[in-house]
Structures are given as structure tokens and as C-alpha cells.
Design a protein around this ligand. Sequence first.
Ligand code: ADP
Length: 733
Amino acid sequence: MDADDSRAPKGSLRKFLEHLSGAGKAIGVLTSGGDAQGMNAAVRAVVRMGIYVGAKVYFIYEGYQGMVDGGSNIAEADWESVSSILQVGGTIIGSARCQAFRTREGRLKAACNLLQRGITNLCVIGGDGSLTGANLFRKEWSGLLEELARNGQIDKEAVQKYAYLNVVGMVGSIDNDFCGTDMTIGTDSALHRIIEVVDAIMTTAQSHQRTFVLEVMGRHCGYLALVSALACGADWVFLPESPPEEGWEEQMCVKLSENRARKKRLNIIIVAEGAIDTQNKPITSEKIKELVVTQLGYDTRVTILGHVQRGGTPSAFDRILASRMGVEAVIALLEATPDTPACVVSLNGNHAVRLPLMECVQMTQDVQKAMDERRFQDAVRLRGRSFAGNLNTYKRLAIKLPDDQIPKTNCNVAVINVGAPAAGMNAAVRSAVRVGIADGHRMLAIYDGFDGFAKGQIKEIGWTDVGGWTGQGGSILGTKRVLPGRYLDEIATQMRTHSINALLIIGGFETCDRIKQSASGTKRRVFIIETMGGYCGYLANMGGLAAGADAAYIFEEPFDIRDLQSNVEHLTEKMKTTIQRGLVLRNESCSENYTTDFIYQLYSEEGKGVFDCRKNVLGHMQQGGAPSPFDRNFGTKISARAMEWITAKLKEARGRGKKFTTDDSVCVLGISKRNVIFQPVAELKKQTDFEHRIPKEQWWLKLRPLMKILAKYKASYDVSDSGQLEHVQPWSV
Ligand code: ADP
């Protein structure tokens, strides 16, 4: 499994590696401020990447407090010290708030403690407060050194030698309250916790008629409230950035009572901890409850989620995000020069990027200022494109205009599910139906895929029919894995009979992110796990990254007996250390002959006396269960966009009599980098490997080396090929 030399940057490779060597450098890593799930994955990545490039890495325990106190609070980390922490919530190195670091005196002590160990590279994982502190520390650094020299605590040489402090930040915060990154570490896991609670409440509360007021964290940022409202189809949401219009009390009560009239038994209202009205007065969950009880007399319960949201295991998304950010942070430290400003590693679409730390902090503070000054539109805008997009989608889907206010288009739009059921499909149907109705179309549901289509299983579907669909797994419309080819005539007849003007097909993609493993706790054991995906190795690869696997065999990267042998040797070596477990993922169709059974038997034989093996074929459980918040929202948003596109196309075609499809009227909607794009099927054909049903180019393949670096493979990788560096080194693209 050596790096593919043909892709390595030619000529400049050696120079590049020299330039990126960490030899002789010391990196300190700390977690500060509120803890968040996924912080451990970031710490692990920093430690292992740091060691990989030859640097020394030090844990700084208890945030800035440990830096100020020194002593055993600053300790060198080794490879094993970060083993088995990927799946642990919180932070193993502790986090604290520290008053002393806010003073120059405290920072002077901290500088002295770092210098004693030669640490001039700092990796801070925390919120905007922690990052502001780090930036200030960096700016003061040379002044602090001079003062230490004057006090006789260090000599002149040290002042020269350690003249610059490099700082890189990663944002760990469940609130997603930092400008410049799409996601902060911990947010996705917090959303999982919230949605688990909402799902639990929904099942018990269906038996009674109840209203639930759910308070989620976010003193200054409504992200968690907004996105969980979107993911569970809440009836009302209160956010600090977008206070309700005056007179909201009455509007909300009308909406709730309308829902009751439609036989909806359960109302869910989500409130951000810091929700306010247009006069900046707090809107508390108690106040909302009182309102509902006095105005409507409904049985109303308040649930305050509190610290539950910070707890539990980090989600696959957070583990991958934090691992990628940690690796990028180390590269950023190695590349830093005295002139590089402190940076923060962020997520932009599916890319890890670096941004100037203080600009992001400033923007984050500007949002607060805008809210304080009641410039709420500015606040929403400053939160970024995706926040505003979420807010719009939520509003469109939550509130139905009265029928007489929707201009009718006289178009019939049908929705169908095809292929394997995937979590998030129902959310997509709900969103398409509601957006379609709001756009004035008559919406039709087709049951049981193309099979049902041919047989005419087609019915009109209304706004309330899709209520509560976001959280349901599988496909409520029903889907079959049959292709339309055999039924084209029948389907054409049905299209005519029902006058279908447009068809939205949802399916053919696996959006399941539910791969989990519980391999820790056992000794000297290697788990071999088979994942689904046909020929597509995405699940095996990303699952491997999230679970800290030793190998993930995929179709896209051919492997042979030598690779299997080197993996067995790697595992044997590993059993000699304190980490006595192994995890190997194998995508179901990665090789015709090296089957899961074969690998299991080979490893069992080769591992005799050193480790034993267990195998597990995950199979259909990967498609089951309740959809994750990501899948719900992805389904919801992408489907809303698809419907908008259909509406626009129908408008274009209006008045042209009989309509024919053109190339660009048959499209697939997807996300590429940051953007939602519509790709004509004809174009997509060129980019698809039909034999194996995968795209010819897959972005996530760039993350392959990352997993191996973090799993301590003996192979040597050019770190520029870790999939993180495209924006810095153009030749590595
Ligand atoms: P968060 O990082 O989650 O925003 P805080 O704002 O509480 O959390 O910051 C965490 C710690 O970072 C503080 O306890 C303090 O030690 C340090 N810190 C925050 N702001 C500053 C600042 N302006 N100057 C120096 N240190 C700071």
C-alpha cells in the first residue's frame, strides 16, 4: 500500500518533505473552553501526524490553566497515548476556563513553561474566546521572552532561538457559532443527541395529545435550534438571530390549533437557549409554555436538554472532521513563517482550509453586535449562506399558506422512490411535496417504484400527508430495485393518463452514515467488517477513518496478497504494543476472490498465537434505523432545490403546447465541493463507470493516505498527498 508514485509531485518532492519536516520542533496541543465531542479525534490526529513528521508533541492538560501551572500539566505524548480515544466524548486532556491567562502575568508564566520544553508551536482546540487568547499570546510572545530574559529566567540565546510562536486553531464548539467554517467540531454529535431525544419524545407523546417545548443549547447562536427544527419538522422555532415578528404569540397559537384541527396529536416547539424577541427580551421555554397553557389549554411539557447535548460518543462526521482538521493543523504549523498570521483550520464544503484566525473571530463578534443592535437581517447574513438557506427552507416547509393565496400552475408533479431504501428518503419526499404545493403544483405520489408506476399506483398527496416523515427510516412510498426499461410503454401510458408534467426521482444513492463499531474492550482481537456500497468504497473508507481502522479494502484501490501480508505484519506488531485490537473494513465488492471469508481465514491462520479474528457482515442494518440529522437535512434541502428547479423549468415551458424533454431538462442534483449543481444526465453519463455503478472520479479517495498515517502504517507518505493540501500546493492536485 505504498503511495502511488505517479501522483506524487515530481522533482520537488524531496524539497517539499524537507520543508515539511517536523524534526527538532515541539508542538503543544490543548483543549480549552466548553468541551465538545470530537475534540479527542482532533487531539489524536495532531499527536499522530506530529509524530509522523518527526516532531515532538506535548499534551497541555486543563487548557490554559495547565499552561500557566506547568509541571506535570505539560507532558510528552506518544503514539499509544491517543489510542482508543476516537469514540470517547469530551476531551481526555481536560478543558478549563482560566482567569490567570487573561492577565499578562499569567501569560508570562505560560511562556516560561513552554520555553522550558522548547515548545514554539501551539495547537488550540476551543471556541472564539480560546482562540482570541491564543492570538494575543502570539502577539505578545517576543515581549514576554524579553521580560523573561530581563528577569534572568531565560538567556539571550533562548530569546533568539525561540523568537516566534506559531499558532493554529481548531474550533471545538457544539453551537456551530464560529464564522468561517461550515461546521465546528461537536455540532453534528450534538444534533444527534437532540434528534434522539425528539424521536423518543415523538414516540411516547403520540399516545397523548401534547405540546412539547424543547430548549436546546446556543446562548448566542441558533444553529442547533434551527437545524434540529428542520430535521424533525418542528412546528415553531425561536432563534436569537431571527426573532419572531411582533404579534407572534397569536400567530403561534393559531398555527398550533390548526394542527390540532388536522388531527395532529403532537406539537413540537424548539427554543434556542438565547432566543429573544425583536426588542432583545428573552423568550424562555417557560414563557412559551405559559402562553400555550393559558391561551389554548393544551397539556404542555418543557424539556431542557442541557449537558446531554455535549455527551455521548462523537458521530462519524465529527470524528472524520476532527481527524482531517488535526492533520491540516500540523501541516499549517510546519509551514508557518514569522509572517504568517495565526490561522484557524476550517471546513469549506468538503475541504479543509486555513483562514486568518482574527478575521474569523472578528466576524463572529460582529454577529453578536448585529443582534445587540437589533440588525437581525445582518446577523443572519453574517452567519453565512447556509444558515440563511436553512432558515428559508424551514419557513417554507413549516408554514402552509392558505389555498386561496397560492396561484395554481395546473401542473402535475410526481414523486417516486427508486433503488435501495436509504435513510433520508422520506425527508426528501416531504420536502418535495410541500415545496411543490407552495409553488402551486398538484403533487402526486407513486408507490412501489417503477413497478408501481407501471401498474398505476399513483395518488395525489397533500401537505399534511407527509407530516412527521423526516424522522422515519426506509421509504414510506415503497421502493423496488427494478429498472424502468421493461415497463417503458406502461409508464408512458401512466404519464399521459395522469397528465404528469414533471417527475422527481429520489434514490440510487446510499446516504447512510450509521457505521459504528464496538471493538474496544477486547484484547488481541482483529475485527473484519464488511460494508455495503456495491463497488463504491465510500462507506468502508469513511467508516475506517471514523473508527480508526487499520485498513479499509476497497474496489477503487486494487490490492494484492502483498498488501494483505503487510497488513497482517502491521497487526502483529501492533499486538506487541498496548493497543491490542485491530479493525479491518472490507467493502462488499472490493475483490472477487479476496472475499471477507478469505481474509478472515487468512488472518486467523497468520495471526495464530498472536491475535484471533472475528468477522461481521453489516448488511442491511446499514440501510435501516432512523435517519441521522445530516441525512434528514440533506434530503430536505436537496429536494427543496430540486422542486424549485422543476418549477422554473415548467414555467419556461409554459405556453409551448406539447412539451418535449431537452437534454438539460433531465438532471441529477448533487453537491460538488460547496455548490449544489444540476447536471444533465447526458453529461453525467460520461463521468460514470456503468459497469461498477460508481463515478469515475471520487473526491474522498484523496483521504486514503490519511487513514493509513493515523493508523501508523510502515509506508511512507508524502504528506502533501493527504488530501488536505490542494489549496496550498497547486501541483498536488
Ligand atoms: P470559548 O473558547 O469556548 O469561547 P471562553 O471564552 O470561556 O470559551 O474562553 C476559554 C479560555 O480562553 C478563558 O478561560 C481564558 O483562559 C482564555 N481567553 C478567552 N478570551 C481571552 C482573552 N481575550 N485574552 C486571553 N485569554 C482569553
